[in-house]
Design a protein around this ligand. Structure first.
Ligand SMILES: [Zn+2]
Length: 511
């Protein structure tokens, strides 16, 4: 007897988020307070994040995965959404063991509180790390869920930069991930995961999956989804999704700046009850991805070359300022914002240019905080404590504005025409408002140093049409990745020509 939807009791589906992207080359640890100060909610407070009028993520994003999941549930009808927890901290070093133990306790506590459920959805990142833990923390989280819930369907969504491992994939029934870079589909990803999970819990589909793990760390050029060569791959995925029997298809291209032992790009395909099709589509997608491994990033400048280019960019400077992107110190990729290489070059060679530079140096903040604006100082910028291989940069000038910002105590140091904003916490400065609040108009700068790959462009579009990527030395330096040793052959370390003979072994979970 088939009962109508209304006759059935509502499906209880629990949902939550544990989200962090780690950079293993950062000397900073991510602690409980980094979550609590940024984004941490329990139970009903999570439910309040998914209402349309509320910003789900900080001041930045109104609708992300959990709002997407919630809207899928609402559209499906007869679903009771049961909030667990939501935790997110800005990318930084690995979690401390204490922090991760606390996070697991929180999740287990939340599962106990909600009692029996019919399914679970979790929004995860996939490039989390915990110091001293070889395994993917997400695999541990999913194992905790399995322990608590038995065989109920579990869906998780991931960042496009996730590192899929056997333990992650095997604990799941459904796997979703972003398909845009820069990421613009958080909401859609949560909604897709929600729709599929509901269909599975109702017995309407039978997710049947295949994945492949490639011995590949870098490739895909800029890896931007709408530019060559990744555009072709995402177009191919779009075509696959037009088939009724294909539920999802993804490429996960890892955050390369972690020490995960089993790092590597992966593809994942899910069909409706057709294993052979899932396998053949996964092979085909993997072949396409493997082909773009040799497409490298565009050339980057040395600090000296970049300074010369700023000097020559008269039109860009007249209309606003040049953005100088310190690609080795990207706070958005978990770096600290306290690499001193670029600053060293600016102090020595660019005194004639008005350049705004954010700089993480908590020791210098301590030293300068008691001084008054206008005081003359001679001091040394040393950047993030514990960051290896950084020059000490002597500076002499005046104290400018001293104030609290989103990045803790902040002091402006004026050295010739340079304006150095010395911050207590990593300066994730995306918005020109940061400088305006320090009394520094972005219009007056010849150049502003950016510590994001891309997102700053949204906010600087009116003043900056020119970006110069610079190579220095820091936690988001690709040199770290290229020099890393692996026991197994790995692209680009080894000139491997095919992926198949490495794939199978890497998909088998070690007990
Ligand atoms: Zn990402």
């Amino acid at each position: 007897v088939i009962r109508s939807k209304q006759d059935r009791r509502p499906l209880r589906i629990a949902y939550g988020r544990i989200f962090h992207e780690a950079n293993s080359y950062s000397p900073l640890k991510t602690e409980r307070s980094n979550f609590e100060d940024f984004h941490f909610y329990r139970g009903e407070d999570v439910a309040s994040l998914v209402t349309p009028s509320v910003y789900e993520l900080g001041k930045v994003l109104r609708k992300a995965e959990l709002t997407g999941f919630h809207s899928a549930a609402k559209a499906a009808g007869n679903i009771e959404c049961v909030p667990l927890m939501s935790a997110l901290a800005v990318p930084s070093g690995p979690l401390s063991q204490e922090c991760f133990a606390w996070m697991r306790d929180e999740l287990r506590g939340a599962l106990e509180r909600v009692g029996e459920v019919d399914a679970v959805y979790m929004a995860l990142h996939g490039s989390m790390r915990v110091s001293g833990l070889d395994q993917a923390p997400e695999a541990v989280i999913l194992a905790d869920l399995r322990d608590a819930l038995g065989s109920v369907p579990i869906a998780a969504s991931f960042d496009l930069h996730a590192n899929l491992t056997p333990a992650i994939v095997d604990h799941l029934d459904l796997l979703e991930a972003y398909r845009t870079n820069p990421h613009r589909d958080l909401y859609r990803t949560g909604r897709r995961a929600g729709r599929q999970l509901i269909a599975m819990a109702r017995g309407e589909v039978q997710p049947t999956r295949a994945w492949r793990k490639l011995p590949m760390l870098l490739g895909g050029g800029t890896t931007i989804d709408f530019l060559h060569p990744m555009r072709g791959i995402f177009m191919h995925i779009k075509r696959l999704l037009m088939r009724r029997d294909v539920l999802s298809a993804h490429v996960c291209m890892v955050h390369p700046f972690t020490d995960a032992p089993d790092l590597g790009w992966a593809v994942h395909v899910c069909t409706d009850d057709n294993q052979a099709l899932a396998d053949s589509l996964a092979d085909e997608l993997a072949d396409r991805v493997w082909k773009v491994r040799k497409v490298d990033l565009p050339d980057m400048k040395t600090p000296a070359e970049a300074i010369e280019e700023v000097r020559r960019s008269r039109v860009s400077r007249a209309l606003g300022q040049v953005s100088v992107v310190d690609t080795c110190d990207i706070v958005g990729a978990g770096s600290t914002g306290g690499s001193t290489h670029l600053l060293d070059a600016l102090v020595r060679e660019a005194g004639d240019l008005t350049v705004y530079v954010p700089m993480h140096d908590p020791r210098l903040v301590d030293e300068l905080w008691e001084r008054s604006p206008g005081d003359r100082v001679e001091s040394t910028v040393r950047g993030t404590p514990g960051l290896p291989d950084q020059p000490e940069v002597p500076v002499a000038g005046r104290i400018g504005v001293r104030t609290m910002t989103d990045f803790g105590r902040t002091v402006v140091l004026e050295h010739e025409n340079l304006r150095i904003a010395v911050t207590e916490k990593p300066p994730g400065t995306l918005h020109p408002r940061f400088w305006a609040d320090l009394g520094l108009s972005p219009w007056h700068a010849d150049a502003i140093v950016q510590k994001f790959f891309f997102h700053y462009r949204l906010f600087y579009a009116p003043t900056s049409r020119r970006s110069i990527p610079v190579m220095s030395k820091g936690p988001s330096s690709l040199d770290n990745v290229r020099k890393r040793h692996f026991d197994e052959p790995m692209w680009p370390q080894s000139p491997i020509s095919e992926w198949r003979s490495f794939d199978h072994k890497r998909r088998v979970a070690t007990p």
